[in-house]
Design a protein around this ligand. Structure first.
Ligand SMILES: [Zn+2]
Length: 502
């Protein structure tokens, strides 16, 4: 049973989907007026993991994510740059999709654009007016907050303690407060200002408010209620509170059964902001590090906790990921070099541990998608497999369980969208060797190439030559040099090989 933390109840609850085996999921998408930063990316990557895990657990997931392509920020940017809002929105929508794909985030099943869903928004607003939950004033339409009794429940706020939280200015600079029946009310439709994109409506030319977009699009593509509504923690209030109020007021039903919110991201333990100069765009980060490493870093923190991003943590994530890849390569080598000889392994223990590791992974992920604990299960398993197989040559009968162990590691990391299996090089176990091995091989073995795997091969040849001619100092230099880089040389009946020190 999957349990997840529901923001609405502020507790971990059993997850039961509305339709057996199916999950409808809506995650608020970006407002497309610039490139996304890694704080946004974290939210989208977290929900990508949730979605992938649900798929792996056998659910048929329908994942909807909108694009907010009409908004004050887009209009302001367009005005600054002297071009149209739709041009700005088109450019950054395309950039967003490219960035998400580069980060290994699966495309949503449905990606509606706000500007293409205006009739559905108008329809929803009309329903709200008819049922007394909204009212029109001079081309604007406001939601009547006090008409929806559960307002504040999602974010844990008391309506009577709220000050006018939705202060907005009219085109002429005057406050809107005087036109609203209550300062708490918020706009669901905004009368057009000169030069802005606008659509015809029963209340005149105008454009939708941000909150109504998600209410209309989630209802259209998932139907109400649906299972999971997600977003960053910064969206709980007012955005999600308002989405919920509009949707539930209109339909008289539940909007979303489970509300999930991702934690914020900090850079070097500080809030990320342009003024602090630590603002990082996803695309810039992906210039310096591959998507798998960034994903691995994200997984090391539970999705609801604040995540601290730093170059050190990225480097650590890369090293940890390298250890998993090397473990897979070691297992590949064992399989490729299996001998017709008695088994040196405790097969029963290995098979049992393989089963247990999978269970430990599932238990961790079922517990509110605890990715760090799930990664711990993978590392524990790798340590045990390494302990069992280090320095050994397996027998042909060991191949199936060893292959199962390898497949489990590759498969579990695949749930996270991380590829850990690469084409192996049997002679050198094809490990991810650091660039330093090239210099080491040049130094000791006169190697003049640049390929790290070939350099390791040259080092092993040099060591074999040194041992044959009883040049122990040179043989030890190879061993110590590789040891300093974190590798051990294992002598097997098929010859020497280099393995990562597990
Ligand atoms: Zn939304």
């Amino acid at each position: 049973m999957i349990r997840l933390y529901n923001t609405k109840t502020r507790s971990k609850v059993d997850f039961e989907s509305l339709t057996r085996g199916k999950v409808g999921m809506y995650v608020c998408g970006p407002t497309v007026y610039n490139y996304i930063h890694i704080g946004n990316a974290r939210t989208f990557m977290s929900f990508d993991i949730v979605r992938r895990y649900l798929l792996w657990r056998g659910f048929d997931v329908t994942f909807v994510q909108n694009v907010t392509d009409v908004d004050d920020k887009i209009i302001n940017k367009a005005n600054e740059e002297g071009r149209s809002a739709s041009e700005v929105a088109a450019e950054y929508t395309e950039a967003f999709i490219a960035d998400m794909r580069a980060a290994g985030v699966m495309d949503p099943d449905i990606r509606p654009k706000a500007t293409e869903e205006i009739p559905e928004m108008i329809e929803l607003i009309e329903e709200l007016i008819e049922s007394g939950h909204a009212y029109a004033v001079e081309g604007d339409v406001y939601f009547n907050v006090r008409s929806y009794a559960a307002y504040g429940e999602l974010s844990g706020r008391n309506v009577d303690e709220m000050e006018s939280g939705h202060r907005e200015l009219r085109a002429d600079g005057a406050g809107l407060e005087d036109r609203k029946h209550d300062p708490l009310d918020f706009a669901v439709w905004k009368a057009a200002k000169p030069g802005e994109p606008s659509w015809a409506s029963p209340w005149g030319e105008g454009r939708p408010g941000w909150h109504i977009e998600c209410s209309a699009m989630s209802r259209k593509y998932l139907g109400l209620p649906f299972d999971i509504h997600g977003g960053g923690a910064d969206l709980v209030f007012p955005h999600h509170e308002n989405e919920r109020a509009q949707s539930e007021a209109a339909c008289g039903c539940t909007f979303a059964n489970y509300w999930m919110h991702g934690g914020m991201l900090q850079v070097n333990s500080e809030k990320m902001s342009k003024s602090l100069g630590n603002f990082k765009l996803l695309r810039d980060v992906l210039e310096t590090v591959d998507a798998d490493t960034l994903r691995f870093l994200m997984l090391q923190t539970h999705y609801r906790s604040p995540l601290d991003f730093s170059d050190e943590r990225l480097a650590e994530a890369g090293a940890a990921l390298g250890r998993i890849r090397n473990a897979v390569k070691n297992l590949d080598w064992l399989v490729e070099n299996a001998a017709d000889a008695p088994s040196p392994l405790d097969l029963r223990a290995l098979m049992e541990r393989t089963r247990e590791a999978k269970m430990a992974f599932i238990l961790a992920m079922d517990d509110d998608f605890n990715t760090c604990k799930a990664l711990g299960a993978v590392f524990d398993f790798i340590a045990e497999v390494n302990a069992q197989t280090a320095g050994k040559t397996i027998s042909l009968s060991d191949v199936p369980p060893v292959r199962d162990a390898r497949e489990l590691i590759v498969g579990l990391m695949g749930v996270f969208g991380i590829e850990v299996a690469t084409a192996g090089d049997a002679d050198t176990a094809g490990a991810d060797y650091p660039a330093e091995v090239v210099a080491l091989a040049a130094d000791i073995a006169g190697f003049d190439g640049s390929d790290a795997a070939l350099a390791v091969g040259a080092l092993l040849d040099a060591r074999a030559d040194a041992r044959a001619s009883k040049d122990w100092a040179r043989a030890d230099a190879v061993r110590d040099g590789l040891g300093a880089l974190g590798f051990v040389i294992e002598d097997t009946p098929q010859g020497a090989r280099v393995a990562f020190e597990g």
